[in-house]
Every structure is written in structure tokens, then in C-alpha cells.
Design a protein around this ligand. Structure first.
Ligand code: SF4
Length: 485
């Protein structure tokens, strides 16, 4: 059997680990370790290793019927008119994102990347929120503060943090669950971060920015970095979120919540999603499905079959990410080039706006200009300017709930895949207080309904039920719940 071997990146998160994908004649794929990949030296987390089992190619459809790719493109071109709203969170190449920006511009619109925090935080902060620090710099830090759980959310950061510890760094974790590699795990009121964490210019803060992140929380962390002189890095759940942000930085952006609200009030009738499944990405799946059902046209351009391809009016199925020609920019701002030569996605978007096929070269040149480089070289992180910014007034809303169901996030979560981790975690006090019994699922109830879920006892903060999987009764990343047997 013949094999095609592609040099590509794992689509699971913004670390963008390098890998090889071996494609056989029958289309099945195998993942192989790319030991000379500068980002991850060949290592992959569970998500990357299991990619072949979880990657399902999309099928082109119109009104639920399977159609030829070209017919789906034609139907999409007719359906996308002025007033359409566009979303691309960063699950595909910069080339496709830039092509969509051109299409959006031709309709008098912009492409929304879904990171609502960018719309509410002053623009001088955006370069610091967008591009992180080189991953190598984590290893040189003297002190690291984690506002994420690297094991669950960004697994390939673990080896960087362990290397820093070996070099003498101390690690403090501030989060919902104790992180075992941390020297200390703390719960700190945001008002006391500065005094309790005692950071300086040899420190590194690692946090996350996702579509549901409270902008006030981002401001608190930016203030902390500014006041202490510490470097800060916001990890993102989507492989090319940084590339999409860099391409879109001068455009007005709507948050995903705002887009859903505008669909509900009837001001958005046509939504175009490029490799962005709002049903998977947004915490309240029921509310998102309800809103999407009100659209006249839901057009999905995607390489992957997922929840949103089942409900879209038009699905334009492009080649899988590993086959695409193009570049992604990872969390540290490193540009990484795919060896694939597929331009179905770019050509399809070009056709939708009446452009001749073959837009890729022009778009790739525009990307290089945006990044300020002549060519993509994975060994070199382009130079990014990060202007100084003023301290901001920030009041993150502490949710005053007795028991909170909190989403942990992580590559499986953001890709809508129920992995082996189909359980929630809580501490022993909560298990005892609610008379839960080993082997019997816990009943978790919110205003939106209830679910019976397996549970595991972990070192989780008091009052928190931590979930790796989407549950039907959630209304946000944090949902007020009761727990019973
Ligand atoms: S999910 Fe993230 S950490 Fe895991 S292999 Fe993929 S890119 Fe690397």
C-alpha cells in the first residue's frame, strides 16, 4: 500500500506540536513522531496521539443532501450576501482565514475570531494578549505562576515547566485543581495577586484566553504583569488563534455571545463559520443550537465533521488541515508551514466572491507581510512589538454560588470529543457532604436540567465540580449546580 507523508501540526491547541501524518490509499491516517520539530521535539499528548481516531472528514452538503464540492461552493456563493456575519476562531490556516477576510470585506463585513476580550480591552494590550513568549523562555524563568492546569489544558507545556524547575524555578498554581508539579497550590483573591505572588522580571505568568474568558480577568492579569515586570503568555485553545488574531487585529470584533444575541434578535440572518463549531466551543449548547436554528442560512466551510455540520444548511467540505497548503502561528508567535499543497478551502472562498482559482500565492505573500518576514522558518520566531500599556480598572466578577460546575477545557473539550475522561471531579468533602457512593453516578442539577455523571475524588477547590466534558445542563463556563445521589 502506498503512503503519502505530510509534515504538519497537531490541530489540538495553540502549542501546535509538529507531527507527521501518513495517509494511506484508503484515506486512513497514522500519526508519526517528528523528532526534529522545534516546538515539541516529537512528543505529543494523548489528543495528538489519538488524532487518527478522532479526525472525521466533513462531507459537502446542501439542505442535508450530499452534493459535489463545487455544488456546495456555488450554493454558498449565492447564499452569502451583504449583511452576512463571519466567524473563524483559528482552527485552520492563515491562508484560509485571510481568504475569508477578503470575502467578508467584499460583503462589507469583517471576520470575527470569537475572542470577545479583544473588543473590550484597550488596543495597546492586544499584542501582549495575542502573541505569547517563546516556549524556550519558560525554561529560563525563575518563578512561574500557572493560571491554567497544564496537564489537562496544554499538556506539552508540562515538559517546559519541568525543565524550568530543573533549572531552579519555583512554580505556583492558582486554579480550581491542585497541579502536582507546582511547589505550591493557592487560592488567591485577584485583589491580592500582586502581594501574594511577589513576581518580578524573572517571572512568567501562564494564563488562557478563550472565547468565554471574562475580559476583566484578563485585565487583572495584564495589570499583574505590568506591575511586576513579569512576562505573560495567554495560551489559546485553537491551533491558529494567534495567526487569526494577527491577521484580524485592526478590525472591529464581536464576541460569540454577541453574535448569538444578534441571531436571536433577528439582526443576523446569515452566518458563515470557517472551521468554527459554535456548538462545541460555546458552553451552553442548547442555547447555541436554538439560535442557529433561527438563521436563514448557516454556511459551514470546514475540514472536519462535527456537531455544526449536522445542522448547517450548506457544508463546504475542504481537505483536512494536514493536507492544506498554508501556515499556522502558534502561541509563542512561531510560524509553522504545512507540507501539504491543498488549496480547496482558499479556492472555494475565492470562487464564492467571483475570484479566479489560484489566490493562494497572493494571500501567502500578504501573510508574510503581516508577520514581517520573507519566508516561514520554524526555527525563527518573528519579532513582534509589544507596546507598553496603562494599568486598567478591573473588577472580575466572582460568581457567588455555593456549588459551581466548572469546565476544565482542554483539547478534547474544545473539539467536542468525549474521551475516556467522561467524569467530573470533586473533593472528598463534597462527596461526603452529598452522600455520594463510589460506583454510582452523581446527579448534577442546574436551572437548565440535570445529568447523572461518573465522578472521581481529586484535589479540587471546595465547592467546585470540575468537568472535562460538556454536560447538557450548563449555562456557562461556570454553572451554579446542586449535587446529589
Ligand atoms: S493537543 Fe496541543 S499539546 Fe497536545 S499534541 Fe496537540 S498541539 Fe501538542
Amino acid at each position: 500500500m502506498n503512503e503519502n507523508i505530510f509534515t504538519t501540526v497537531c490541530p489540538g491547541c495553540s502549542i501546535a506540536c509538529g507531527m507527521y501524518v501518513r495517509e494511506k490509499d484508503d484515506g486512513a491516517i497514522d500519526i508519526d513522531w517528528r523528532k526534529d520539530a522545534v516546538v515539541n521535539a516529537g512528543k505529543l499528548c494523548r489528543f495528538g496521539v489519538r488524532l487518527s481516531a478522532n479526525l472525521k472528514n466533513a462531507t459537502s452538503r446542501v439542505d442535508g443532501n450530499e452534493v459535489e464540492f463545487s455544488d456546495a461552493v456555488t450554493a454558498a456563493g449565492k447564499a452569502i450576501g451583504d449583511g452576512a456575519t463571519f466567524v473563524s476562531v483559528g482552527n485552520t490556516t492563515c491562508a484560509e482565514h485571510l481568504a475569508l477576510m477578503k470575502l467578508a470585506e467584499s460583503k462589507g463585513a469583517v471576520v470575527n475570531t470569537g475572542m470577545g476580550a479583544f473588543s473590550t480591552i484597550p488596543s495597546e494590550c492586544h499584542p501582549t494578549m495575542g502573541v505569547g513568549i517563546p516556549l524556550d523562555a519558560i525554561e529560563d524563568a525563575k518563578k512561574i505562576v500557572l493560571f491554567i492546569d497544564p496537564y489537562e489544558q496544554y499538556p506539552l507545556l508540562v515538559r517546559r515547566i519541568l525543565a524550568a524547575k530543573k533549572n531552579g524555578a519555583t512554580v505556583t498554581a492558582v486554579g480550581w485543581k491542585a497541579v502536582s508539579l507546582a511547589d505550591e497550590n493557592k487560592t488567591i483573591d485577584p485583589a491580592n495577586y500582586e502581594s501574594e505572588l511577589a513576581l518580578d522580571s524573572d517571572s512568567v505568568i501562564i494564563a488562557e484566553l478563550n472565547p468565554s474568558t471574562d475580559p476583566e480577568r484578563v485585565m487583572v492579569l495584564l495589570n499583574l504583569a505590568k506591575a511586576s515586570g513579569a512576562a505573560i503568555m495567554f495560551m489559546k485553545p485553537f491551533v491558529n488563534a494567534v495567526g487569526c488574531d494577527l491577521a484580524s487585529k485592526k478590525t472591529e470584533q464581536k464576541s460569540l455571545d454577541q453574535i448569538i444575541a444578534e441571531i436571536n434578535d433577528g439582526s443576523i440572518k446569515t452566518l458563515v463559520c470557517l472551521d468554527s463549531d459554535l456548538i462545541e466551543i460555546m458552553p451552553d449548547e442548547t442555547a447555541v443550537r436554538g439560535a442557529l436554528g433561527k438563521l436563514d442560512n448557516l454556511i459551514v466551510i470546514t475540514s472536519r465533521a462535527s456537531a455544526i455540520t449536522d445542522v448547517a444548511k450548506i457544508v463546504v467540505a475542504t481537505e483536512p488541515l494536514y493536507k492544506k497548503a498554508g501556515t499556522v502561528v502558534n502561541a509563542e508567535g512561531r510560524a509553522l508551514q504545512n507540507s501539504g499543497e491543498g488549496t480547496d478551502g482558499v479556492d472555494a472562498i475565492g470562487t464564492m466572491m467571483g475570484q479566479p482559482v489560484g489566490m493562494y500565492d497572493e494571500i501567502h505573500a500578504a501573510l508574510l507581510a503581516t508577520l514581517g518576514i520573507d519566508a516561514v522558518d520554524e526555527r525563527v520566531v518573528p519579532a513582534y512589538e509589544k507596546p507598553d500599556y496603562a494599568a486598567m480598572d478591573a473588577n472580575p466578577t466572582a460568581e457567588a454560588v455555593e456549588t459551581a460546575l466548572v469546565y476544565a477545557g482542554g483539547p478534547f473539550f474544545w473539539n467536542g470529543i468525549v474521551d475516556d475522561n467522561d467524569f467530573v471531579e470533586m473533593n472528598l468533602d463534597m462527596v461526603t457532604a452529598n452522600s455520594l457512593l463510589k460506583g454510582i453516578p452523581a446527579k448534577i442539577t442546574s436551572d437548565a436540567g440535570e445529568a447523572a455523571v461518573k465522578f472521581k475524588v481529586s484535589d479540587v477547590a471546595p465547592g467546585v465540580v470540575l468537568s472535562n466534558v460538556k454536560l447538557p445542563m450548563t449555562t456557562g463556563m461556570v454553572t451554579s449546580v446542586t449535587v446529589s445521589r
